[in-house]
Design a protein. Structure first.
Lengths: 229, 304
């Protein structure tokens, strides 16, 4: 479903990603593990088009998207939940979700979204900026989900969120995949969360994918070694 | 002078302030939404107002020549045309000039200033340097006197009603329409708005054009209270900037409140002292208040 090939990204002269290639299938969750500064966020930003590629290609369901602006990539089936949530603080919760309905025929928030995240229904008239971190994370996921994506990207969804809510988010992600059979790519530092949601795990280090394993074969001790400083 | 007379004069002077308020508000509204969304300080905004004013003039002369029977009816149509023409020129300007400069805010300042000088010269060459006035329909003339010695001009009432209509429309569109949602999302976080599927570049163009269109309506309103020359717009641009800064950039209610405050201070103090001294007083007040509240009158309350 998502096909990433030889992606190179540079900030001016300094190259951050040195040829990332991976594939993620339909109805599969892939986790990209790595410490800070290893290129996780850079990879996600280049996938959604906030950062330009230097070279390489990205395909979603066979369509090349790497030359498109972000909004066109969204229309072709990628949705993005950025690091730090980035919800629109001045918009109400309901309006935040509605921004994702740009390509939808009906501009009303589907009920299944509120079924998935009941707290957003209670808060729908509040300003997004006045929600707690965990609620904002759910809002960011809801906003991405209403674009009806084929591929859902989540950049460090557990960052700065208390453990009990992390469990809820893992449950929600598994629920989403069961309901929609989409591809989910998630970047993560918390191994237990990744083991809860991912079918396959990659480790990114210094802008390269250095390790790949399925969940069943994962050697947690080895990955912990990669993640420790 | 009896108390009644002073009371009436204060009312009439206050009402003159309301006419100024209307023009300032319409100008400030366009500036505020353009600045709020794209960070572009549109120095040519006054000239878009002049476009609106000349549109009314052209409609009036054409009607007078070809269809004198329609003199009573042309005005509303001309206002609509003023919006459409200013909107169209705004659209074209954004496409040809402004969009290439979004990442260079100081250059947009210079570029739009140059644009304004160029447009002024075009007006001068087309309509001549002399000020012109459209022939207004009879129903805009005269005044309404609810009591002895109190005369409220009807054109002022009309301008006020037009302004309230346009302002209400813009607020409604910003908070209820899809365009408004796109604008507010883009203002909050441009890259993220794009990543939720919003075509931010098209939104920019539409917003710029709507801002210019509102300036066109301001020009239409202006023709009922003053005569139009090539530099009419540039006389209002500084005051319009004041309105936006004073109200708090990004807050439209702030724009309304500050336009009201500035226009009333100006107009009422003009009665008691000379025009220049009234201006000094207004500016002093604004500077003092901005020193205490640099974010402007209204700033939205949210966690950042």
């Amino acid at each position: 479903m998502l096909n990433v090939k030889d992606v190179f990204v540079a900030y001016g002269q300094s190259q951050a990603l040195h040829g990332i290639s991976f594939e993620a299938n339909r109805n599969e969750t892939v986790a990209i593990m790595g410490r800070n500064g290893m290129g996780k966020t850079t990879l996600f930003k280049s996938l959604i088009g906030v950062l330009p590629l230097k070279s390489g290609s990205i395909e979603v369901a066979g369509n090349a998207v790497h030359k498109d602006e972000s909004y066109k990539r969204v229309a072709k089936g990628i949705a993005y939940v950025p690091q730090g949530r980035m919800i629109f603080p001045t918009l109400t919760v309901e309006e935040n979700i509605q921004t994702g309905l740009e390509n939808a025929k009906v501009k009303k928030v589907p009920e299944e979204i509120y079924a998935l995240f009941p707290v957003l229904w209670d808060m729908r008239r509040r300003k997004g900026g006045n929600l707690s971190g965990g609620q904002q994370q759910q809002l960011a996921i809801a906003r991405a989900l209403v674009t009806d994506p084929k591929v859902l990207l989540l950049d460090e969804p557990t960052e700065g969120i208390q453990p009990s809510i992390i469990k809820d988010i893992a449950k929600a992600l598994n629920e989403i995949r069961k309901l929609r059979e989409i591809t989910i790519v998630v970047s993560e530092q918390v191994l237990s969360f990744a083991m809860d949601v991912a079918d396959r795990l990659f480790v990114i280090e210094g802008g390269r994918l250095v390790h790949e394993s399925t969940r069943a074969e994962t050697d947690t001790a080895r990955i912990k070694q990669f993640l420790s400083v | 002078m009896s108390f009644d007379e002073i009371y009436n004069i204060a009312l009439m002077q206050g009402f003159a302030g309301l006419s100024l308020f209307s023009v300032l508000l319409l100008m400030g509204l366009g500036l505020a939404i353009i600045f709020g969304q794209m960070g572009v300080i549109n120095m040519a905004h006054g000239e878009f107002m002049t476009i609106g004013a000349y549109t009314i003039f052209m409609f009036s002369s054409l009607t007078e020549t070809y269809a004198p029977g329609l003199m009573q009816a042309y005005f509303p149509v001309a206002i609509l045309a003023a919006f459409v023409i200013a909107f169209g020129f705004g659209w074209l300007t954004e496409w040809a000039l402004i969009r290439h400069l979004y990442k260079r805010p100081l250059d947009t300042l210079l570029a739009t200033w140059g644009l304004s000088l160029g447009m002024q010269q075009v007006f001068r060459s087309t309509f001549g340097p002399k000020e012109v006035s459209p022939t207004l329909p009879d129903w805009l003339m005269g005044s309404w006197s609810p009591s002895e010695g109190l005369d409220i001009p009807i054109n002022g009432l009309f301008v006020l009603a037009l302004t309230l209509l346009v302002t209400g429309g813009v607020l409604l569109a910003l908070y209820k329409s899809r365009w408004g949602l796109r604008v507010r999302a883009t203002v909050a976080n441009r890259a993220m708005a794009n990543a939720t599927g919003i075509n931010t570049k098209r939104t920019d163009r539409l917003t710029y054009a709507i801002g210019c269109g509102i300036a066109g309506v301001a020009g239409a309103a202006f023709t009922t209270i003053g005569s139009t020359g090539p530099t009419s717009g540039s006389l209002y641009i500084v005051d319009a900037f004041l309105v936006v800064t004073f109200g708090g950039a990004g807050s439209l209610l702030g724009t309304v409140a500050s336009a009201f405050g500035i226009a009333q201070t100006q107009s009422i103090s003009e009665f008691f002292m000379t025009g220049s001294m009234a201006k000094v007083l207004t500016l002093l007040l604004i500077v003092t208040i901005l020193m205490i509240r640099p974010q402007g009158l209204f700033a939205s309350k949210i966690r950042r």
